[in-house]
Design a protein. Sequence first.
Lengths: 157, 499
Amino acid sequence: MRRGRQLTGLIMLLICLVTLWEALKLSLFDRLGPGPGFFPFWLALIGAVLCALVLLQVSRMPAVRPDPAQPAAPIFPRGDMAWRAAAILGVSVLGTALLEPLGFRLAIMIFSACLLVALGVRRWWAVALFAVVAGFGLFHVFNNWLDVLLPVGMFGI
Amino acid sequence: MDGFYHLMDGFIGAATASNLLYAFIGCVLGTLIGVLPGLGPAAGTAILIPITFNLDATGAIIMLCAIYYGAMYGGTITSVLINVPGEAASVITCIDGHQMARQGRGGAALAIAAVGSFFGGCVATVALAVVAIPLAKLALGFGPAEFFALMVLGLCLVVGLAGKNLAAALLMTVFGLLMAMVGIDPVRGAPRFTGGIPELFDGIGFIPVAMGLFGIAELLIAVEQHKAQIISAKLTDLWPRRDEIGPCVKAILRGTGIGFVLGLIPGVGAVIPTFMSYVAEKRLSKHPERFGNGAIEGVAGPETANNAYANASMVPLFALGVPSSPTIAVLMGAFIINGLTPGPFLFEERPDLVWAVIASFFIGNAMLLALNLPLVGLWARLLRMPFSYLCAGVLIFCMIGAYSLKQSVFDVWVMLGFGLIGYVLRKLEFPLAPAILAMILGPMMEKSLRTTLEISGGSFLIFLDRPVALVLLIIPVIALGFVVLRPKALEPLREADAD
């Protein structure tokens, strides 16, 4: 927790400092009044002070020594749970990357099949049925019934 | 009386066949969102925005509002039947609702929750109709200085109640405001912080960010939760015993009052009214020892407060244009997508839409009452859906939702990125509600402040010359000062929210 909050505080501080630098390149104030850099400049400045405050609070947190008799539950999952969370993210990245080149129908079929298998579904017919319904069924509903345009890929589907 | 006549006109607008259908679909989808664990009202409403793209603005807003209050009711079903709240506001219902289900009285628990929700929702909507016009008229006299101060007040109240750590909550607010700065400057039209990426010229999409922070992050957290056992409740005996009717009526009346009053205050969140209602019922009961063992007032009060809160939280949105919770912020995003700006001007520009939406709350609440009791068995069966299929379905809807806003895969990447950020921030106990509210209020806050300073020639002393703005700015200073100086005073409320 402590290290995680420290790292988050540092990343936020970096974002604030970059914003501060970028805001200074824009006009802060001119003859018309406050410029495009005015509001972000003050926000980034306040944000940097708050980051420093959060980092100070974290550094003052008492260090918790691990008790071998009662190990604390990890903040982030481990083992099977970590694998499932990583699978969800990884397959989502794959599905998103395939959306434009392959089109919604094929990308979502591949995405659904990979995700279900990664999450432990072993009945191939259930995976195939879900993938086809999700890919082709939802495309039909959104594209034809709800007039929501979804991507069509290089194969025209 | 003005409100009454407008409301009657609103009923004419809301009772068209198409709007009734949209309200019905919204209620069904909302209940489904509430029932499915791992999908809260904010994420559910955001994900379902694309299905309203082809509707007229009135129909779209009616459906999205119905999804919101449908989700608030749907969470009750899982609380009672499997002791897992479908959404955060139903946590307290688990205590006595699930005990009632274990005693074979799940039907009575769900029935009293439905009746209480209907009553609380309807009374809060009447009060909304009464309060909204005077409040909107008052706000019409506001200039940019007052609007800026009002938004600062709204954000500070959210920050004050958002978490145990004030600095972290304020930092999240600044993070949300900085996200809103990306894109074209709203006053001069100059591009800012885009890094030369053309997709960022329109700014970072609010809806993809909301889907990521609440939808994807909730899903990743749901992976870690264990499966719960569904109780096969007897749903034949739907009514409370005769001796329970009196306490239930009183609990419903008190829950309505608590839910409505707290719904008017930005940042309170849906959990706190239910928690306060439960505490009030337990303290006022002649037999407090029954609480925790299946006391029906422990279901009636909080569930009523929950729905009264949901309807009352529309008052700040409609009358002032200030969202009071992440779900209301998503609804505000839906207004903006439909070319509408919520706030006092909306009552003048689109009274037909505003009053039709308000009238639809009555219709939607009645639909929920009629729908949910006969369909409880169906909702309970849905709970048996394996997580793998639920997860795949939610992710696909998130992708469709993010893509279809601008037909851009970039928004899907934004959603996934913010999903990961939201997951990490939630794990590290950084509150997300201030970030999402700040993000939607950011452009308006900046515009108001810069216009104010243009009027004053750059002097901040203008706020001293505007008494309303001054008061609105002093309140958050006092509120945050109170939080800093008396941190333990708000501890019970925060703990309720955190639970």
